[in-house]
Design a protein around this ligand. Structure first.
Ligand code: HEM
Length: 433
């Protein structure tokens, strides 16, 4: 770990001595995308084959859209641009899952269905997971790696240090240190070292190029992973903020399937397997603390500048966070009727349909085999999970208090008051403490 931070710092020093990079102007981005859209929207009847071998390529179009978004911010795409992209969607819907998911996100504000899931490009990440033999935790690590790449690239380009631009060296070091820690924990040190070495060698390389030398499942994620980033603004810090929230979604997705497997193992009487899986869930929950340490480097002014354009998209709509909570135990009715679950109707539906939970499966296992060493060990894991989840909530409130004060949340809750109300609510409230 220390060696990795040293490597990142030496890349940073190289970056500060480095050359200035090519940057796309607003006019160039606009012209390139307009020309590409004209090809996609050639008069009906023109033969427009889709795909790398065809006349038009979804990856090429998405790259140009993202390039423009980086220059203007997704919130500022013109109505004409959005109308053209909506026309592409109407004409090519169902031809390519990546393109469909990408346009679902770009057009969220245009369609009036802007929310956390599309702000974070989760539909694109879901297609990446579906199309590659990649675990959500592996994807979470790559997202953290991309924070390192993005920050070192900005330093290498010597973009201005300012509240809305790149951070000072001290803030940058803290941001890198915690991103590396998270990446290393999920990826393992060998792959992390390779990745960091590649970033250090060429801080201006794009993500697909950096991932090329990694195992194929990781490398394959690169193209669309780079395009799963649609910040509403051009504020520097919004980039890493989005990546952190995406990594959080992926980490909780990994915790959900492990929790389901734990429940199944308990039901099958496979207590050792249940214990092993639960230990992994606790480890994942502990690692999520790094995400707040990364976000603690978010600058107040930057946050309040981009937040003006994220109203309606809030982590209160996080489906994986609520799905995990519901799998741990059925929440009490006060929670099910609070913004926490009212903001995620699909997950609420799963919960009220009477799905099996960790609380119920543990209680039955304990009744079947009272006082056994395995049951005692599992009870300890549940306690550790509860404690880790409680720490997560307490840190979240501290951060939200610092950044928001009395302001309301972007999910239209009372903000800090809403969060504080649930800090002491337990995941396993139906089990004895
Ligand atoms: C500047 C940083 C942050 C602030 C100011 C903040 C603030 C808030 C607020 C006010 C809410 C309540 C819902 C709302 O009204 O929108 C909320 C919910 C939530 N936030 Fe954050 N948050 C921040 C960072 C994060 C990060 C980094 C994560 C994940 C790593 C996160 C995860 C969540 C989750 C999962 C909820 C839903 C909690 C529940 O349903 O009870 N937040 N946040």
């Amino acid at each position: 770990m220390t060696a990795q931070v040293g490597q990142a710092e030496s890349a940073l020093r190289t970056a500060i001595d480095g050359r200035c990079a090519f940057q796309v102007t607003r006019d160039a981005a606009d012209a390139a995308l307009s020309a590409e859209l004209a090809r996609w929207l050639a008069p009906e009847g023109t033969d427009v084959g889709v795909g790398p071998e065809g006349v038009v390529d979804p990856l090429g179009l998405a790259r140009l859209v993202v390039q423009e978004i980086r220059v203007v911010g997704q919130h500022f795409l013109t109505p004409e641009r959005l109308a053209a992209l909506a026309a592409v969607r109407d004409r090519y819907d169902g031809r390519d899952p990546y393109l469909d998911s990408f346009l679902e996100c770009v057009l969220d504000k245009h369609d009036g269905r802007y929310w956390n899931r599309t702000y974070l490009s989760i539909p694109v990440l879901d297609v990446i997971l579906g199309e590659n033999p990649l675990l959500p935790s592996g994807l979470a690590a790559l997202l953290a790696a991309d924070i390192v790449r993005y920050e070192l690239c900005a330093a290498h380009r010597r973009t201005p240090v300012s509240p809305l631009g790149r951070p000072d060296a001290r803030t940058l070091r803290t941001r890198l240190r915690h991103s590396l820690r998270f990446m290393n924990a999920h990826l393992g040190s060998a792959v992390s070292d390779d990745l960091l070495g590649a970033i250090a060698r060429d801080p201006e390389a794009d993500l697909p190029a950096l991932l090329l030398d990694l195992p194929p499942a990781l490398a394959a994620a690169g193209d669309w992973l780079e395009l799963s980033m649609q910040p509403v603004s051009t504020v520097h810090d919004e980039y890493f903020f989005i990546r952190v929230l995406q990594a959080h979604e992926m980490a909780f997705a990994g915790m959900c399937w492990r929790t389901r497997d734990t429940i199944a193992a308990l039901r099958d009487g496979q207590l050792d397997a249940a214990d092993r899986l639960l230990a992994q869930v606790v480890t994942f929950m502990d690692r999520n603390a790094s995400l707040f340490r990364i976000v603690a480097t978010l600058r107040y002014e930057a946050f309040h500048t981009f937040r003006e354009f994220t109203d309606g998209a809030s982590a209160v709509q996080s489906e994986t966070y609520k799905r995990f909570e519901g799998l741990c135990g059925r929440p009490p009715s006060a929670r099910l009727t609070s913004p926490a679950f009212e903001s995620v109707p699909d997950v609420r539906g799963e919960v009220v349909s009477g799905q099996d939970t960790l609380s119920d499966a543990y209680r039955d296992a304990a009744l079947a085999d009272p006082g056994s060493a395995q049951v005692t060990r599992i009870a300890e894991r549940l306690r550790a999970l509860e404690a880790s989840h409680h720490r997560w909530k307490a840190t979240h409130v501290t951060l939200a208090t610092r950044m928001l004060g009395d302001a309301r949340g972007s999910g239209y809750t009372a903000g800090v008051g809403y969060l504080s109300q649930w800090v002491d609510h337990r995941l396993f409230w139906q089990l004895p403490a």
